[in-house]
Design a protein around this ligand. Structure first.
Ligand SMILES: Cc1ncc(COP(=O)(O)O)c(C=O)c1O
Length: 450
């Protein structure tokens, strides 16, 4: 561990070189100041000055098992020694085993997987397959969404990260979200948007259902505000899709693998999508990996056809071995059940924080997937920072993050939402430590309340 002067100097050098030679994602390059991370273990990571941070974001909501899990690390080492790499046309033990495991843990008849390097590629393949399978070209996606940074996935994405990439893929149509806190339809009860089906039906009327290949949605919206749909929403979208022969693609890149306290977020509503896209928590990002998992009828339909898709690293042995080890560790250690139990604690403790902090407008989430929506005024629900705020306008949220970081808590925020997404393996003691730091950081937000 580098707690010495040499370590600190090395840390400074790493940051200097990073700023000079590395292009950072979603950033104004001159504005970044990355933490030089020396090591990570469990729910913590350490910088070169010896400072310890509790990772309340699981990095990008992907390190679900926690850092440096010994079983996953060992599986990567073993695989590297036995067969570090091999092309997609071969069959390998870890790839076949991972495919089989996914068929077992995913709901219903989801059966066959195409392996990718991450979430965006999984979504690219999902929409390509949906178009091929249905012979239709339109895809319906939602506004408050992020589906990845490649061409097609960026077009599917509803949030402003899409703007610089426009015009994107033709045929992407958008629907509103079940965002009950700020309902786009102004909260009639029952709201036609937030109940799902009626809103989708109306869009289909104008688009022509026969032209629509698929609806893609994040089962529980991630970065765009941790939006949990009301009960019945997903079922009604499923029914509407079935009625019109439209495929349902559930993007569970963030919400999958126990994040919501169930293996997959769709399991909260007993809905089986036609295509499930996953990444992140599949192996906690120890090696880049994603997958598109399709239901049996689609798999059967494809068998005698030419699948026009591929990636040099599809089903990479190191990625698959880490995926297998991670799923097995989830099963052996009851990690999904632990996430569900932590969800109960989150519900209670975040409600208590909301009583103390007038800046908290809404608390929502499931499992280890929670968001605190911060406002200037609870009555008007005016957000603490404006939509898509950056720079000066985003300062109140930056100040909250900074206070948390000073207290050793690494937080992820998006616009006016604080995300509480620790590794699913977080202990009660660690959670209490995080909540105490969060409590303090929220007092910074309270100063901006009108
Ligand atoms: C819901 C969702 N889909 C897709 C992606 C893209 O995944 P990747 O960055 O692995 O391409 C993300 C990434 O954050 C995501 O949250």
């Amino acid at each position: 561990m580098a707690t010495t002067e040499t370590g600190a100097a090395l840390g400074r050098q790493i940051v200097e070189d990073a700023k000079k030679y590395v292009l950072y994602s979603w950033s104004v390059q001159d504005a970044i100041n990355p933490i030089a991370v020396e090591r990570a273990e469990g729910r913590y990571f350490w910088d070169y000055d010896g400072n310890r941070y509790l990772d309340f974001a699981s990095q990008l909501v992907n390190v679900s098992i926690g850092h440096s899990h010994p079983k996953v690390v060992q599986a990567i080492k073993d695989q590297a020694e036995q067969l570090a790499t091999i092309g997609p046309p071969m069959a390998t033990e870890s790839r076949s085993r991972l495919g089989k495991l996914l068929a077992e843990i995913t709901p219903g008849d989801l059966q066959m997987s195409f392996f990718t390097n991450g979430g965006a590629e999984a979504n690219e393949n999902a929409i390509k397959l949906a178009r091929w399978y249905t012979g239709r070209h339109k895809i319906i996606a939602r506004y408050r969404s992020y589906h990845g940074a490649t061409g097609g996935a960026m077009t599917l994405t509803g949030d402003p990260r899409r703007w610089p990439a426009e015009p994107g893929l033709p045929g992407v149509v958008r629907m509103f979200d079940p965002y009950t806190y700020r309902c786009p339809a102004g909260h009639p009860d029952p709201c036609p948007v937030c109940t799902g089906g009626p809103h989708l039906e109306e869009i289909l009327q104008y688009e022509g259902a026969h032209t629509v290949a698929a609806v893609i949605l994040e089962t529980v919206t991630g970065t765009n505000g941790i939006i949990v749909p009301p009960d019945g929403y997903l079922q009604s979208i499923r029914e509407t899709c079935d009625k019109h022969g439209i495929l349902l693609i559930a993007d569970e890149v963030m919400a999958g693998f126990g994040r919501t306290g169930k293996w997959f977020a769709v399991d909260n509503w007993n809905v089986v999508p036609d295509i499930l896209t996953v990444a992140k928590g599949i192996n906690s990002g120890y090696v880049p990996l994603g997958a598109m998992v399709v239901r049996k009828p689609i798999a059967d339909w494809m068998r005698d056809k030419y699948f026009a898709g591929g990636l040099t690293y599809s089903g990479h042995p190191l990625a698959c071995a880490s995926g297998v080890a991670s799923i097995e560790a989830f099963q052996e250690e009851g990690i999904v059940e632990q996430a569900a139990a932590t969800g109960e604690i989150f519900a209670t403790e975040l409600a208590k924080l909301a009583e103390r902090h007038p800046s908290i407008g809404d608390v929502r989430g499931l499992g280890c997937f929670w968001g605190l929506e911060l406002v200037k005024d609870r009555e008007t629900r005016e957000p603490l920072v404006p939509f898509n705020a950056s720079g000066e306008a985003a300062k109140p949220m930056a100040a909250v993050m900074k206070r948390a970081l000073d207290r050793g808590l690494y937080l992820m925020t998006h616009w006016n939402v604080v995300m509480c997404c620790p590794p699913l393996t977080i202990t009660r003691e660690e959670l209490d430590e995080a909540l105490a730091a969060l409590d303090d950081a929220l007092s910074v937000a309270d100063e901006f309340v009108a």
